[in-house]
Ligand binder design. Structure first.
Ligand code: PEP
Ligand code: MG
Length: 916
């Protein structure tokens, strides 16, 4: 048997792996190999595979026995290439150790630099570089990073500052008494030596252990810390949010150090091949001279825009521009990369597909097609469906902005508009958001421990840090509005106040931020619709020529070409219908008719109907409701202009329509002339212990067929009315909560009888379908029988989920989060279809239904219809359409197109069956 390979080398023109091996080498490792292969200057190193991580957790945190020898060979390879030696007293090899999961993952151990330094090798580095300050700066950084992430010297609960930072500040105070904001670069070699001693003392004091001197022990500790961090709390929070399975594991990259901190000819930077916030094709990013990479992202010093590198290092900048082009033409996507310049020479440390806002994703995808870098099909796959929501996100009302005063400016790190009450601490932000407050998280800078607060907040505002700071990266990915590096802000954590130019804001005060412009305003500003919503919904022509709208439209047009699964909408009014159609809906998939009974006077007629003591009185009350309902349908049919409309008959239990409190009962009594006692008695009669499983759905129409009769009449009379105007009408009448074929048959009889009556009265023909919801498990189990009568099925996955899982859709909040944490369920089943459980029932119903009636129309109308993963699932099981709320229509259309493309791709790559 071939020996297991756990270590893959890269750099210096030779790589064992390549860019396609992300599952095994992690994103970082695979791309370091790929960059090596295309001739970019990558310092040599090796990747320990994700399989080792899996082994580590499956075997009580131990390693495969072959690993040590392979790691030693990897180190030997670097030594050979560079002519240095690990732990050597003349030419010591120093390495960086970085984690690297398949997708980059904030929250995990990130980087340890300068590993291999100790009390002896630091002297060697001092001699070899002729630069004592540099050597001791490297050493103190190493102790700081290693002490923090490997040995656990971290902030304790209640502490506001990192312990190492406190030691640095103390030393600075001693060296530069009374001077504030002295940069670390001002500390000389002697000062740094002292810092090393104090750091070591801190480590000993906090951990009881001495700082390890042996480079091999250091390496072992660092590798263990990377694997250990895969299961830390922050990484798990992140994985849960993004649905990343814990089985994936992380890889570890060990790479020879290059130094951006050797002096003014060196530097480190992070850059994007295009602007990740707007998508514009400009070289974007930032750098710091005489700094190591961590300084750029840590927000300790504010970096300079990458364009200015041209003045400082023209040769390296020209090379970097070339690299930018090479990366895009090779990876054919926007890249986010890290580089270091060591004494004027450029090195590449990482590249990956850059995270971007929804706005940027759409623009980059569309422009790359124009540039012939990618096809339109690829463009569709480049925009995460969920992110499309962001381009529909609100902006500030223009008039409100004009009237408001900008109190501070920062970097526009996450576009959109957000207003909220400010909180300076993640926990308090979470509590406030749970109490339904709109929250802005305001921090000097953020770190992964703020993640929960960032998730809870509408927007994030920081005083320090650049466009690649933690706050900016995470906000962009989450689609949160973010302004960072607003240096005029003075955040006083201790007193919970924010001071801006002398003005004080307490925790809980309102601020507003514009993440597209990077502006901060006092107070709560009114928000306005996005340009796309302005054009499509508000019918304003102003924004029609905006690039944002044109790009969006282009993408949607391509989706229409690719898609098989149609997208309908859940709408109960003409306005909602019009909005959904503007977003490209191909009809209504669910019109919840009960919603029409809540407006104005209608509720009174509805209540009269419920309170009626006999059929005669009930019919009288229903006759009052008929014109309302007919008018609504007329409005909807007109907006649909011939597109189909699935109209569901009354579904909720009747008690939902009645008042329960004494004063409201008295009000109603006066209005409709029924005594309060009678009303209270009826309310009591209708009380159910479990209304969701009680007298609702088709059970209402069966007990009171006159309700269904009225609804059918309203639909057909409206149809006749609209048809007369030359507009086609395609009603699809849907019976809810069916479990027994007979239930459906009884309701179909009513519908057909009324249709005949109306057709006769109006001397016209009516085209319609009658079908059912599949929303309780029995319906799925006997779908073949039900399909004998049903002309269509629509999966009501809200009820189907609650009845299949036996979990109330309204009361699961108390335990579902725990289920997520324990990974009992991967995603909230009420948001994303439980594919292995509920999904299996759906698949079965599809097969049974089609067996009886091959052309049966199949759709879904539960909330899942707007969830991209569920949309893709619906495509796979062969539904004809999904239906979702109007503003989710673009997201669902994109997901549907992506599903069709991935199916086509799979068909192309599947092995062809041999001809006999
Ligand atoms: C459903 O159950 O999925 C559904 C669409 O119906 P409702 O949410 O109105 O119960
Ligand atoms: Mg339902």
């Amino acid at each position: 048997m071939a020996k297991a390979k756990y270590v893959y080398i890269f750099g210096n023109k030779k790589a064992d792996g390549d860019g396609s091996m992300k599952a095994l080498l992690g994103g970082k490792g695979a791309n370091l190999a790929e960059m090596t292969r295309i001739g970019l200057p990558v310092p040599p190193g090796f990747t320990i595979t994700t399989e080792v991580c899996t082994y580590y957790y499956a075997n009580k945190r131990t390693y495969p026995k072959e690993l040590q020898a392979q790691v030693e060979a990897g180190v030997a390879n670097m030594e050979k290439i560079l002519g240095k030696k690990f732990g050597d007293l003349n030419k010591p090899l120093l390495v960086a150790v970085r984690s690297g999961a398949r997708d980059s993952m904030p929250g995990m151990m990130d980087t340890i630099l300068n590993l291999g330094l100790n009390d002896q090798t630091v002297i060697a580095l001092e001699k070899a570089s002729g630069n004592p300050r540099f050597a001791w700066d490297c050493y103190r950084r190493f102790i700081q990073m290693y002490g923090d992430v490997v040995m656990g010297v971290q902030k304790r609960p209640g502490e506001d500052h990192e312990p190492f930072e406190i030691v640095i500040d103390q030393l600075k105070e001693e060296l530069f008494p009374g001077q504030h904001h002295v940069e670390d670069t001002k500390i000389d070699a002697e000062g740094l030596k002292e810092l090393v001693n104090r750091f070591k003392a801190l480590v000993k004091d906090r951990t009881g252990k001495a700082f390890p001197n042996n480079p091999w022990d250091q390496l072992k500790g660092a590798v263990g810390a990377v694997f250990g961090s895969w299961m830390n709390d922050r990484a798990m929070v992140y994985r849960r949010k993004y649905g990343i399975p814990s089985e994936w594991g992380t890889a570890v990259n060990v790479q020879a150090m290059v130094f951006g901190n050797t002096g003014q000819n060196s530097g480190s930077g992070v850059a994007f091949t295009r602007d990740p916030a707007s998508g514009e094709k400009v070289f974007y990013g930032e750098f710091l001279m005489n700094a190591q990479g961590e300084d750029v992202v840590a927000g300790v010093r504010t970096p300079e825009p990458v364009a200015l590198l041209k003045n400082e290092q023209p040769k390296a900048f020209a090379e970097l521009e070339k690299v930018r082009k090479t990366l895009e033409s090779h990876f054919k996507d926007m890249q986010d990369f890290e580089f270091t310049i060591e004494d004027g020479q450029l090195f590449m440390l990482q590249t990956r597909n850059g995270k971007r806002t929804g706005l940027a994703a759409v623009r980059i995808a569309v422009e790359m097609v124009k540039e012939k870098l990618i096809t339109w099909e690829t463009a569709i796959t480049r925009v995460p469906a969920e992110q499309l929501d962001q381009v529909l996100a609100p902006v500030f009302d223009r008039a409100a902005v004009k009237a408001a005063k900008v109190i501070a400016k920062g970097l526009p790190a996450g576009p959109g508009a957000a207003s909220g009450r400010i909180y300076f601490n993640a926990d308090r932000a979470v509590l406030a958001a749970e109490a339904k407050e709109k929250v802005l998280l305001v921090r000097v800078e953020t770190s992964p421990e703020d993640l929960r607060g960032m998730i809870a907040a509408e927007g994030i505002l920081t005083a320090r840090g650049g466009v690649s700071s933690h706050a900016a990266l995470v906000a962009r990915q989450m689609g949160k509005v973010c302004v960072c590096g607003a240096s005029a802000l003075h955040v006083d954590y201790a007193n919970k106040i924010l001071i801006v130019d002398g003005q004080e804001f307490k925790e809980g005060d309102y601020l507003s931020i514009d993440g597209t412009l990077g502006e901060v305003y006092a107070g709560e500003l009114k928000t306005a619709a996005s340009e796309i919503v302005q054009v499509l919904v508000e019918k304003s022509l102003d924004a029609k020529d905006s690039a944002t709208f044109r790009n969006f439209k282009q993408l949607m047009d391509w989706c229409a070409k690719a898609t098989k699964l149609l997208v309908r909408t859940n709408a109960d009014s003409p306005d909602q219908t019009a909005n959904a159609i503007a977003f490209g809906a191909s009809g209504i998939g669910l019109c919840r008719t009960e919603h029409m009974f809540f407006e104005g006077d209608r509720i009174d007629a509805m209540r009269e109907m419920i309170l009626a003591e006999n059929t005669e009185d009930r019919k009288k009350a229903l006759a009052k409701l008929l014109p309302y309902q007919r008018e609504d349908f007329i409005g909807i049919f007109k907006e649909l202009k011939g597109l189909p409309a699935t109209i569901r008959f009354l579904d909720p239990p009747l008690h939902e329509f009645l008042p329960h409190e004494g004063s409201l009962i008295r009000d109603l009594s006066e209005k409709i002339g029924v005594t309060p006692e009678k009303i209270a008695k009826r309310v009591a009669e209708l009380h159910e212990f479990n209304p969701m499983l009680g007298h609702r759905g088709c059970r209402l129409g069966i007990a009171y067929p006159e309700i269904s009769e009225m609804q059918a009449r309203a639909v057909f009379e409206a149809a006749v009315e609209v048809q007369k105007k030359g507009i086609k009408v395609k009603p699809e009448i849907m019976i809810p909560l069916v479990g027994f074929p007979k239930e459906l048959q009884l309701q179909i009889d009513v519908v057909n009888r009324v249709a005949q009556e109306v057709a006769k009265e109006k001397k016209t023909k009516l085209n319609y379908l009658v079908g059912t919801m599949i929303e309780i498990p029995r319906a799925a189990l006997v779908a073949d029988d039900i399909a004998k009568d049903a002309q269509f099925f629509s999966f009501g996955t809200n009820d189907l989920t609650q009845t299949t899982l036996g979990m109330s859709r309204d009361d699961s909040g108390s335990f579902l989060p725990k289920y997520g944490e324990l990974e009992i369920i991967k995603k909230n089943p009420f948001a994303s279809i439980d594919q292995t459980g509920v999904g299996r029932l759906m698949q079965m119903a599809v097969e049974l239904g089609r067996k009886t009636r091959p052309d049966i129309k199949l759709g879904i109308c539960g909330e899942h219809g707007g969830d991209p993963d569920s949309v893709k699932f619906c495509h796979r099981i062969g539904l004809n359409y999904v239906s979702c709320s109007p503003f989710r229509v673009p997201v669902a259309r994109l997901a549907a197109a992506q599903a069709a493309l991935s199916e086509a791709k799979a068909a192309k790559t599947a092995p062809k069956k041999k001809k006999k």
